[in-house]
Write a protein that binds this ligand. Structure first.
Ligand code: MN
Length: 251
């Protein structure tokens, strides 16, 4: 995915969510970008399933081919389909996905579950890499500086993130989040189901922010290969993180 295709979502700047090129770059928001130009920020033809940037088997042995096929082709595709259905004749129809996520209320379960599902999975595929370049394999630059400043060390951050993901009860996500109001501040969080830190109408204030790394800990993400060994799966995922991609999601 090319950064030049990232969406600008200026309408969110006032909401304090995002003011810079956005996480949902690869969300397949609305109609396809025309002739390489920046895509329209207000989709009118619904959201689309983004293609993976790698082959289904490319993450093996960390994630097996069958899991990837079902996870992307069935689960993620289902979120996209149900999101579009939920937006039909909805007041938030036509908004960017980030705007939708920032606006929905807890009772709007269709948008909450499927809007979150689409966003979270698009982010997840984006921050994984089958064969990391050496420079991508560990955080560097300002991301590394921020991690050290906030957690003490990269190892401490990874330990906290793995713990948050591994211990999330039931289905959900572990996150590395950038504070929207204090960009130098990074923190770890977890959310249930398909909630995420962009859902300012739903998640607690202290975990609201800009997600830059997400780990899917739904059983559909790992059960074929790992069964109950979620901790092993989380460790394998953390070994496949493309830290350059994570850095690129920071504001
Ligand atoms: Mn999933």
């Amino acid at each position: 995915m090319d950064k030049r295709t990232f969406l600008k979502v200026g309408s969110l700047a006032g909401a304090g969510i995002v003011a810079t090129p956005l996480v949902s770059s690869l969300l397949g928001c609305g109609s396809a970008p025309s002739s390489g130009e920046a895509p329209h920020a207000a989709p009118s033809e619904g959201f689309t399933l983004p293609e993976l940037g790698f082959a289904l088997e490319a993450l093996e042995p960390a994630v097996d081919r069958m899991t990837m096929r079902i996870h992307h082709g069935k689960h993620h595709a289902g979120y996209v389909r149900k999101l579009n259905a939920a937006l039909t004749n909805h007041a938030l129809s036509g908004q960017s996905l980030e705007a939708v996520l920032a606006s929905i209320q807890a009772s709007d379960t269709g948008l909450r579950n499927n809007g979150g599902g689409h966003f979270n999975h698009a982010l997840f595929w984006n921050i994984l890499t089958p064969s990391p370049n050496p420079q991508d394999h560990v955080p560097s630059g300002i991301l590394a500086e921020r991690i050290t400043a906030n957690f003490g060390s990269q190892e401490a951050m990874l330990t906290e993130l793995a713990q948050a993901a591994s211990t999330r009860f039931g289905s959900g996500w572990g996150w590395l989040v950038q504070d929207t109001h204090q960009p130098d501040r990074l923190f770890v969080a977890s959310t249930p189901n398909q909630d995420n830190p962009l859902m300012t109408g739903i998640v607690d204030a202290e975990i609201q922010g800009r997600p830059i790394l997400g780990i899917d800990v739904w059983e559909h993400a790992y059960y074929l290969n790992y069964q109950n060994r979620r901790t092993d799966y989380v460790a394998a995922i953390l070994d496949r993180v493309n830290w350059s991609a994570v850095a690129g999601l920071m504001a």
